[in-house]
Each structure stands twice: as C-alpha cells, then as structure tokens.
Design a protein around this ligand. Structure first.
Ligand code: EAX
Length: 329
C-alpha cells in the first residue's frame, strides 16, 4: 500500500516534470523563415545569413531563422506578399515590388535621385528613411531596416550603350516597379516587367535583349554568361528592405524586438560592405569573363532625356520631398 503510494507520487512528479520540460522545450525555439531571390554567395546572402546568426545569438537560440536563396520560396513580390499574409515571417527584397504594398516608398526609385551610395545610405539611415520604415506598420509589416542592392547598370546582348539613344528599342526586363517602368519608357526602352527568378532564362532564350541590375546582382547571377554588353549607367539606386510580419514582431518581448532590430542593423552593415566589395571588383571580373564594359557613361545626357519625366515625378511625389532627399547631407 505504502509502496504503491510512493510509486504513484514519483510517477506523478516525474510526469509533471516531463510535461514542464516538454512545454519549455516547445518554447525553446521558434523557427522563422527568410528568403532572397538571388544566390547565397551574394550581398543579399551575406545579409540574411548575418541576420540569422545575430538573431540566434542575441536571443540565446530561442529564435532560429531559416534562410532560403535563389527565389526557392518565390520571387520578391511573392515573398513580401507572404510576409504580409503571415505565411512567411521575414523577407529581404529589393525595393522593386515594394511600392505595390507601401506606395510611399516609390520616391526612392526615382532615377538619378541619389548622388552616390554614401548619400543614399545617409538618407535611408536618417529621418527620411526612418519615416518611410514607419509607413510599413499599417500594411501588416514591421520594416526592420533598409539595406541595398547598389546602383543599377544596364546589360544587353545587342550593342554597347554609350548614350540614351543606344537604349532606344532595346527590350529590357525591368522590375515590377511603376517608377522604373515610367522612366525607362521615357528613355525609349521596351519594358518587360518580370520576376527575378525568370530573368536568366529570358536572357538566355532572347525573350528580352537585356536587363538592369547592380554589379553585385550581375556577378552573383552570372549574367555574363548570357549578356555581352555592360554600361555603368548607374541610372537608379536600388534599396533593399528587411521586412517582418507585423503580428510576428508584435508577439516578441521588448528585449527580443530589440534583438531583431539590432540583428537587422548588423545585417545591413555586412550587406553594404559586400556591395562595396562587389562594386570594386565587379567590372574587372565581368571583363575577364568576356563582357564588354562601357565605364564612362555621360550621365548628364540621361538626366537631360529624363527631364520631363522627372518633372512628372516631382509633381507626383512633391518637389519639396524630392529636394529634401537630394539636399540631405
Ligand atoms: O534584389 O529583381 C531585381 O532585379 C532585383 O534587383 C534582384 O532580384 C535583387
């Protein structure tokens, strides 16, 4: 009698203990997913790998971020959509499809708005960038940080592009971005919006003559295999954004929110350093792989052709807002 009572007690407490362990075990690790449309060995791969590592470290392993590359979970638009819906917790994307979700970000996609990367980074890290990050809140996102792709350059398989006239009639894949499309049309480009994971094949099969992307994307996507000409047009700065599903973010403790925000900052730093590295060696690398590169493009000529379009953008986004970005130091 006595013995069975003890046994019962031991079993009960053991069971209780195991139950507790199981509960804390379940809480021990929450797995989240983040994706990019380009390769792991890239400026974006570095960003999400760094983010994942930092989140795990800063939360003592309670949060694990699974990383997906090459659009394996879908293109950029799909990934942002998934984050908005909450079927995916996190995404890292160029600003390309973002205006379709947060229209206020359109202003960043205006051609020849930023002088250089230092200017763009200062704007994005300063009050203008932070105000724009806040615009994501009401759309179901927590935008953790701006990062970047870099300045976009034109590649194609038809001819060397020296002047805006050389762009006329070229069929170029563009991002699904209304600002880019409007400006590129004004340059006489036949615009073909397409998700990034389809671009390599489209270039290979000649569905389009070319595309435009920063050197870190051109090199990591190996576009040199399917494109002959590269022109350093630097026609538009391409920001990236690290977004999280708002509800998933709101569930985090205050300390964990801080950990995610800091992890995003470290990720941005690693991303920008890699963009600088790729920009520094990209041209030589692409030349060595057989591309013909026009380095000294007269940008003033492109700006001149876009004067009317630029005036339309000033009307649409407010000249004062555009000047605030242009003049930001
Ligand atoms: O974010 O779609 C694009 O051209 C983007 O620049 C690319 O996916 C990297």
């Amino acid at each position: 009698m006595q013995l069975s009572k003890i046994t019962w007690c031991v079993c009960l407490s053991l069971g209780f203990g195991l139950g507790l362990m199981a509960t804390s075990g379940a809480q021990a690790q929450t797995t989240m997913r983040i994706s990019i449309s380009v390769a792991q060995n890239s400026h974006q791969g570095v960003a999400i790998d760094t983010f994942a590592k930092e989140v795990e470290q800063r939360t003592g392993g309670r949060y694990k971020v699974q990383t997906f590359y090459n659009g394996s979970l879908g293109g950029e638009r799909e990934s942002i959509e998934a984050v908005q819906l909450g079927t995916q917790e996190l995404a890292f994307s160029s600003s390309g499809p973002v205006p379709n979700f947060v229209p206020e970000t359109k202003i960043l996609d205006v051609p020849f708005l930023f002088r250089d990367k230092t200017h763009a980074r200062a704007v994005l890290d300063g009050p203008i960038g932070q105000e724009l990050l806040a615009k994501f809140d009401s759309k179901g996102f927590k935008a953790l940080a701006w990062a970047e792709n870099g300045f976009r350059h034109v590649t194609n398989s038809k001819r060397a592009v020296n002047t805006p006239e050389d762009l006329k009639g070229l069929k170029l894949r563009t991002m699904e971005n209304p600002v880019h499309i409007q400006a590129y049309k004004a340059l006489g480009i036949i615009t073909t919006p397409m998700a990034f994971p389809e671009v390599f094949t489209a270039l290979q099969q000649g569905t389009v003559d070319g595309q435009e992307n920063p050197l870190p994307v051109i090199t990591s996507a190996k576009f040199d295999q399917v494109q002959k000409y590269l022109s350093l047009t630097g026609h538009v700065y391409s920001p990236c954004i690290l977004v999280m599903n708002k509800a998933s973010f709101d569930k985090l403790s205050a300390a964990d929110k801080q950990a995610f925000a800091e992890a995003a900052k470290v990720a941005t730093k690693a991303n920008r350093a890699r963009v600088d590295e790729d920009d520094a060696k990209g041209v030589a690398e692409l030349r060595a792989k057989g591309m013909q590169v026009v380095e000294n493009v007269d940008k003033a000529k492109f700006v001149a052709v876009l004067a009317k379009t630029n005036a339309e953008f000033e009307k649409q986004f407010g000249k004062a807002n555009m000047d605030r970005i242009r003049d930001y130091k």
